[in-house]
Design a protein around this ligand. Structure first.
Ligand code: ADP
Length: 259
């Protein structure tokens, strides 16, 4: 691709080796108190390697969303620390944390969460515009081109398929050149073909631009697109697979409980 992506990848490469892109250090998260307390994460430590694609899997209720929310700074851990590069999120005031979330973390939801009244282009540039940051026109074109949505830049979400809407959401996540993109069941609402397109796009973004992606999924095929899969069970780490195949992932999941 063009130089802008390369520049961003080089910057990431320069800082490679100094730290993980993101890190959970002995993170526990308990919701509620007393007899009603639920431990969603129990002393979890995990490094997300820079420029990698990581899938997070586990049975329902195993702590996957809490894991992602803690990484994103959407949930504060009850104990332990969360790092984005060298920044410890727990040490930030709410306003600084909001800025980090907006500028350094891209988030992709299962339900796309696009604004129906806005065009593709307006949706992609909404977050920077809210913080009065100008988006370079050539950068915007480049991102839309990369996700295959340049020709639909002036359409509204209801004129797009689910897969196309998710690709717009991915463009929106990338526009701020985030340190990492976190995706919560991004293919959960898509048919098989659109899912594959979205997963191939994540793979391409990681391979060609050095972007870091963490994706929660319950689908072994989706997980097989990642470089590694981390498994959770009852809020604890329950193993990891490198270069996973769908069969290996499915086999591991059957040993973790109901899913
Ligand atoms: P998963 O994404 O793997 O389904 P979650 O992280 O959503 O798991 O939830 C882990 C546990 O924490 C579950 O028992 C869930 O009911 C509980 N939990 C999650 N969020 C809350 C909350 N806001 N209040 C109370 N309990 C919660």
């Amino acid at each position: 691709m063009t130089s802008v992506w390369r520049r961003s990848a080089t910057a990431k490469e320069q800082s490679q080796g100094t730290a993980a892109a993101m890190r959970l250090a002995s993170v526990s998260k308990t919701y509620g108190e007393g007899t009603g307390a639920v431990t969603a994460l129990d002393d979890v430590s995990f490094d997300v390697p820079r420029g990698s694609f990581t899938a997070v899997m586990g049975p329902s209720g195993s702590g996957k969303s809490t894991f992602l929310h803690c990484l994103a700074g959407l949930d504060r851990p009850s104990s332990g620390h969360v790092y984005l590069g060298d920044t410890e999120l727990g040490g930030l005031k709410e306003s600084a944390l909001t800025a980090v979330r907006r500028e350094r973390i891209g988030y992709v939801f299962q339900a796309y969460n696009l604004m129906s009244a806005l065009t593709v282009k307006q949706n992609v540039t909404l977050v920077p515009r809210l913080s009065n940051t100008a988006v370079d026109e050539s950068w915007l074109r480049e991102i839309l081109e990369r996700v295959g949505m340049l020709q639909y830049a002036d359409r509204r979400p209801n004129q797009l398929s689910g897969g196309q809407q998710q690709r717009v959401a991915i463009a929106r996540a990338l526009v701020t050149r985030p340190d990492a993109v976190l995706a919560d069941e991004p293919t959960g609402a898509l048919d098989t073909r659109s899912s594959q397109e979205v997963l191939r796009l994540f793979r391409q973004i990681v391979d060609e631009t050095g972007q870091t992606v963490v994706m929660v999924t319950h689908d072994p095929v989706a997980a097989s697109f990642a470089d590694s899969v981390v498994f959770l069970a009852d809020g604890r780490l329950a193993g990891q697979l490198q270069r996973p195949t769908p069969d290996q992932v499915a086999d591991r999941m059957t040993h973790l409980g109901n899913w």
